[in-house]
Design a protein around this ligand. Structure first.
Ligand code: SER
Length: 397
């Protein structure tokens, strides 16, 4: 089942259950949303979760591209991508959590053919403000699915204030042995789908008030599920990365972690540029700048002659097409090359300045400010150009 088949199966399953497909939004959340980028399918739907009637009704389904910078350091492991797609469903004050979980279980096991014995669930165990989600727990028990209760891991919010609620997460076993342990104790349980009972609003003083309606908001990680259904152990081996895996290793000889990071960051940068962001020193532009510079840092570590100009045009167009973006691929390449030139210039200048006797010792805050204000060298860049201190040899007792 390729990624497009997964999307089709998902959407049709929910359409058969009265959901209307809405088109996904760009990575830029609506005005007033507290996040820089859309990190979940619910962002564009916040007003409707808060009670505004949606013109297409109370049951919705979609595919939404998302970007998570919180996961940046985890990129390269088998499950995290910077830009990914989320398949989402919503009950806007219509059916409740157990119904959503029941359908979710049906789709995974019958629609996608996941072995029921490889599924584990988690549910909210309750805290001093909200009681345990026994309705979700009982639903799982009826299906014979093992359930683990947690507190923080099973509470979803979009930020410190706003719509939030207890959730129930669905995990699939990816180990080579028969399933064992539980999702919080063994990371071979991979989370694929989160069902949030979105029925509270958190106020700035930390208290909770009920939303005008009891919603369910679910999000399923598309690349994760697709790669698992394809029998692959990592999202980087799923079909969306096939063109990258075919072209990049012949171009740049990279070890597996570097290959994953470079493919993830360049692919993400293409999508971000495709949604209209340009590199800058603040906000979204800075996120884009970091993605491109992190990829270049890895590429140049072994061979400073590597160039983004060699990136096959086909990879840019394939990515834009996949995300149905209409930006001209040449414009995307121009932005990438501009940023590469700028970063290359900055590195050269940084090396020259840092070679001066004044900067040979330890750099203090004043030096870092001076390098930034007078020479335009960001702290992060300066620190990356300094030789790493030798690790201290600790006395073993
Ligand atoms: N909002 C929830 C999440 O991001 C479910 O879509 O996990």
């Amino acid at each position: 089942m390729n990624t497009e088949d997964v999307i089709r199966t998902f959407v049709e399953y929910y359409e058969e259950r009265g959901h209307h497909r809405i088109s996904g939004s760009t990575l830029l959340p609506p005005p007033g949303d507290p996040v820089l980028f859309t990190t979940s399918g619910m962002h564009p739907l916040t007003p409707y979760l808060e009670g505004r009637p949606h013109e297409l009704g109370r049951r919705l389904v979609n595919v939404q591209r998302c970007l998570r910078t919180t996961d940046l350091e985890e990129v390269g492991d088998p499950t995290h991508l910077t830009v990914f797609e989320m398949l989402g469903t919503w009950s806007l004050g219509d059916y409740e959590g157990p119904q959503s979980l029941d359908w979710g279980y049906g789709l995974l096991t019958e629609g996608f053919g996941v072995d029921p014995g490889l599924i584990h669930a988690t549910v909210f165990g309750g805290d001093e403000q909200v009681g345990p989600d026994t309705a979700a727990e009982q639903m799982w028990q009826r299906h014979g699915v093992p359930v683990e209760r947690t507190v923080e891991d099973n509470w979803w919010s979009n930020g410190p204030t706003g719509p939030c609620g207890p959730d129930s997460e669905i995990f699939i076993w990816t180990g080579d042995t028969p399933p064992q342990s539980t999702p919080t104790r063994d990371d071979r349980w991979v989370e694929v789908w989160n069902h949030v009972m979105m029925r509270h609003r958190r106020l700035p003083d930390g208290s909770l008030v009920p939303l005008p309606q009891r919603n369910v908001d679910t999000g399923l990680g598309l690349e994760r599920l697709a790669s698992l259904l394809q029998g692959k152990n990592s999202v980087f081996e799923g079909d969306v990365f096939t063109p990258w895996r075919r072209r990049v290793p012949g171009l740049w000889d990279l070890d597996e972690p570097s290959l994953r990071l470079v493919c993830d960051h360049l692919r993400s940068a293409v999508v971000v540029i495709g949604d209209g962001v340009r590199p800058g020193n603040t906000g979204r532009g800075y996120v884009l700048r970091r993605l491109v510079r992190r990829a270049l840092t890895v590429l140049w570590r072994d061979d400073p002659s590597r160039q983004l100009g060699d990136l096959p045009a086909e990879l840019v167009s394939h990515t834009l097409d996949h995300f149905r973006q209409t930006t001209d691929p040449d414009e995307v390449r121009r932005v990438l090359l501009d940023e590469e030139r700028r970063f290359g210039g900055l590195l050269r200048r940084g090396r020259q300045v840092l070679a001066r006797p004044r900067f040979q010792g330890t750099l203090d805050e004043e030096d870092l400010h001076y390098l930034h204000d007078t020479h335009g060298l960001p702290r992060e860049l300066v620190l990356s150009l300094r030789p790493r201190p030798e690790p201290e040899i600790s006395e073993m007792s």
